[in-house]
Design a protein around this ligand. Structure first.
Ligand SMILES: *Cc1c(COP(=O)(O)O)cnc(C)c1O
Length: 386
């Protein structure tokens, strides 16, 4: 085992390659027929009415914040245990991110903490399905209804996951999926918003292309067939047809990807039974996790060393472990905005104890066994038991 086993990795086969090549030989390199086809496939896969593809998951989140009407003076509640994009999209709209602490068991945003952080300025909630485990969406929907808030779900980790037998992607007002190479399916870079709301859908389509519309029924004037109107300030956030073709080919394999990710997670769960130094991910019975990440929590009180030592030992043994996540407000940019340590104690203590293990569909059974044995050996070596 000299090659590093990464924590995540894309799965690309001949079909994927041929799908991209056939677009290269065709007429449209961007915004061609593959875009709509990909959007339809994703919408269908997650039981949503509409989908709008973007150049990245981050751009998709920006679009969702825009069409939700998030603006300067508004507050938006999100989780600190996430990638910066979940909160940066709020800043793009000049609104204020408010970090609500996570639940200690699920590591997802705690509905009780959401309630505590609601003010007269709260406009929306951006819950994050951490590692692919859905948030407590019934509770969050209830809160949103009571306070007239919009829910933009960051489901970058959760393609294919279900909450109480409903697919993630059709429960919140808008749901974002990412197609970065470590995510469930990839388009190189890419993201999508799914929604059942037609108004959001139409606005998102315009937002990703400069705020331009060609819909004759929506124009304020009509000079002729060439005429279009830029009706608000949008961006160029379009996905290319090359990417969409790859996405279509990838989503055809998503059930296999999900099955293999679940198998690997189950093997880890089994492998770490009776290892008191390693706390396995908690899963509420009613959720199905799509297993983007397998995050173990070290029980530091049972170890003679800290997380960094275990992390470095595993890296030295060619296991490409990682840490998801550094609480967003620890970042220097956020510190400058006056966010202080101590605002989310559960997220902060989780951060000291977590390690993400490799998890991706093309991992071999030998890889999985090696990771389990190496993690076990390492924690035993530093255990207060030994
Ligand atoms: C990957 C990811 C995103 C979006 O990332 P892009 O790289 O822009 O597609 C957003 N939130 C979370 C939690 C993510 O993991």
């Amino acid at each position: 085992m000299s090659d590093m086993i990464p924590y995540g990795r894309q799965y690309i086969d001949k079909e994927d390659i041929n799908a991209v090549i056939s677009v290269l030989r065709g007429d449209f390199l961007t915004t061609g027929p593959s875009i709509e086809k990909f959007e339809d496939s994703v919408a269908k896969y997650v039981d949503a009415k509409y989908a709008v593809a973007f150049s990245s998951g981050t751009a998709a989140l920006h679009g969702a914040c825009y069409v939700a009407g998030i603006n300067e003076g508004d507050e938006v509640i999100t989780s600190p245990m996430t990638f910066a994009a979940s909160s940066n999209c709020i800043l793009y709209q000049k609104a204020t991110p408010i970090f609500a602490d996570i639940d200690k068991r699920t590591n997802n945003i705690d509905p009780v903490e959401i309630k505590k952080n609601i003010s007269d300025y709260t406009k929306a909630i951006i819950p994050v399905d951490f590692t692919g485990q859905p948030c407590d969406l019934d509770e969050i929907v209830k809160i949103a209804k009571n306070h007239d808030l919009i829910i933009i779900e960051d489901a970058a980790h959760a393609l294919g996951a279900t909450y109480k037998n409903r697919k993630i992607g059709s429960i919140s007002d808008m749901t974002m999926f990412s197609f970065h190479p470590v995510k469930h399916i990839t388009t190189g870079e890419g993201g999508i918003i799914t929604t059942n709301n037609r108004e959001y859908y139409e606005k998102l389509l315009a937002f990703r292309s400069h705020g331009i519309t060609r819909d004759r029924s929506k124009l304020s004037e009509d000079h002729g067939p060439w005429y279009y109107e830029m009706q608000f300030l949008g961006y160029n956030y379009r996905m290319t047809d090359l990417q969409a073709a790859l996405g279509i080919s990838q989503i055809n394999k998503s059930d296999y990807f999900l099955k293999r990710r679940t198998e690997i997670a189950n093997k880890y769960n089994q492998g770490f039974t009776n290892i008191p130094e390693v706390e396995r991910p908690y899963r509420p019975e009613f959720n199905s996790n799509s297993w983007h990440l397998y995050v173990i929590r070290l029980r530091l009180e049972k170890l003679k060393v800290d997380r960094k030592t275990i992390f470095e030992e595993l890296r030295n043994k060619s296991i490409g472990v990682n840490v998801h996540y550094i609480p967003v407000y620890y970042q220097p940019y956020y510190k400058e905005l006056d966010y202080k340590k101590g605002i989310c104690p559960n997220a902060e203590s989780l951060y000291e104890e977590i390690i993400s293990l490799p998890l991706f569909p093309s991992m071999t059974d030998a890889d999985i066994k090696y990771v389990i044995e190496t993690v076990k050996d390492t924690v035993l070596r530093f255990s207060i038991r030994g």
